[in-house]
Each structure stands twice: as C-alpha cells, then as structure tokens.
Ligand binder design. Sequence first.
Ligand code: FES
Ligand code: FE2
Length: 353
Amino acid sequence: MALTDLWYMAMPARDLARGRMIHKRLAGQPLVFGRDAATGAVFALRDLCPHRGVPLSKGRMVEGAIECPYHGWRFAADGRCTAIPSLVPEQGFETERIRVRAYPVREQHGLIWVYMAEPAVAQTAPNADAPEPPALPALPASARPRHVESMLFPCGIDHAVIGLMDPAHGPFVHRAWWWRAPKSIHAKQKAFAPSPLGFTMVRHKPSSNSAAYKILRGEVTTEIAFSLPGVRIEHVQMDRAGKAAQHYVGITAVTPVDEHQTMVHHAIYWTWPWLNLMRPVLPYFARTFLGQDRDVVAMQAEGLADMPDLMLINDADVQAKWYYRLKREWQQARAEGRAFKNPVDARVLRWQS
Ligand code: FES
Ligand SMILES: [Fe+2]
C-alpha cells in the first residue's frame, strides 16, 4: 500500500500544455491531470465519469472544464459537475451535487506534485498538518529543470526506493569509465541526521573516486536528503573564493503506479554556467544511469516472483531499514491520529563502495 497524506511527483510541468489533459495511474488510482487554457492552472480529478464510467481524459477540455465524451457531462477543475446536457430546465436537477474526486496539486520548480489523501477521502486541499511538497534548496523560484528523465520501473515502490538509496550497488550496476569501476571500491563513512520526513547525509566533500567530481575545481560539498514517500534530493554546492556559490540540484522522486510498477522521475537543475557544456550529453548520461537501475530491478523481479526471504545488512542497508521504519511510523501516526515522530537517530554509517 502506498503511503497516503503525502505529495507524489506526477510529472514534469512541461509535459502538460495549456488546454490539455493527461491520464496517469497513481497508487492504483486513475487520475486525469488538466491545465486550464486561460490561466495555466493545473488540476487533477479521478479519471472516471461518475455517470457511466468513461475515463474523462478521453473527452475534451472546454472553458477550463472537462467534457465527458459519452453524454457530455462537464466537470470543473474542483470536481463539481457543471452541466448535464440531457436535462430539460424544468427537471430542476442540481448538477453541482454530483462530484468527481479532486486531488490537490502543486506546481513548483517545473514539477507537478499531487497530494494523495486516504483513498476514501476526496478533498481539494491537503490536510492542515500535511507537509509541503519537497522544496529544492538554493534555487530561485523561477528555476526549471535542465533535464528530466522519467522511467517506469517494473517493481513496487519499496524496491525502487531502497534501490535508489542503496550505496553498495554503484560499482556493479553503474560500471562505466565515466563513473565507477569495481576496482575503485574503498571504505567510506558518512554522517546522517534525521530530517522532518526522513534523513540526510550531512554536507561533506564528495568521495574522490567519481571521475565526474574530479573535473570540478573549488570547494565542492554535497548533501543528500531522503524524505517520505520516496524523494531523494542531492545538493552539490561549489564555493570559490570571492565568487557567489554555485549549485547543482538533482531530485529523484518515485511514484507508485500500482503494486508492481513505479515511475521514477529524475530532474536536474544547476546555476553553474560551466555545467551548460554538459547539456548536450546529459540526457544520454541520465538515461544510461537510470536505465542501469531499471535493468537490475527487472532482473530482481524474476527472482522476487518466487517470493524469497530477503535480508538487510549493516551498514550498507541501514538506510533501507530506516526507510521501512519511517514508513511504518507514518502509517501508525496516521492510524492513531497523532503527529509523526521520526524514528531515525543521528549516526555515522560505514561501508565499502
Ligand atoms: S458516461 Fe460520462 S457523461 Fe455519461
Ligand atoms: Fe543506482
């Protein structure tokens, strides 16, 4: 079961043009995302006409509302039914009492987030105590991703998440001259601290064995934050004497499609003019890198079909253990109607990779 009362990344904003709709399955539910032609505002509704079940995304957008292709019922961005063409005026039927479920949405930094409340609950605003969608550090509000890679992983959300935070697979899965070679494996230790919805690998100098980092000059430090439901934000900062700090931010967000499929979105931002040189090759690297993760998950799916018992070892899998603990605590806190209490303690983890 996907965690509820949290924000999930739905898609990069540029995928949804004004006046258009897109169908997305999220956490086993059918959603239609639309963008108002006039205002540019994004909305999300359950992608099912309450009349006879036709997906609303198969209809068309008319004046900011969706018109179902079957009998032309119209639904506004907040889910209210605004027109039933077959009614004669004397019938006095209150169309507005019919509603499709609306989902709170947020667009920021060129990404569209959707808030998934308890499955039974329809609400146009998040809970008062809900967290905000993940904020990206150090970027102006106008920042847009330089590249977004979205890939469907053939696994449930848990394996996508723990694959994402797994520090031990790099030299094997991401074997490449420009990144890692198995011979480069060495001992590492990293300090972690709890954060509001997860934990953070505190700011440190990146390990020296990644060729990509060697190209950069100046004082480079990086911080990697993980938050429920499955968002990883890497923030690399470069400080050079007498100059403004420059930033690179990569966000990876996993969104469950259903029990067996997960969308992984990876968006990249930077302020560093120097990195513009990378732009032509970036899609290739991003696709290769994420594709390697997807391919190993596809292999894993073959093995998981036989439902083996699995293990998590110290310290390389401690972040995965934390993820499961965070998830359990989130569910318990919701069930008991109390505030979430982060179960992760600050600690140093050691592993070889
Ligand atoms: S099924 Fe949608 S209007 Fe009838
Ligand atoms: Fe990976």
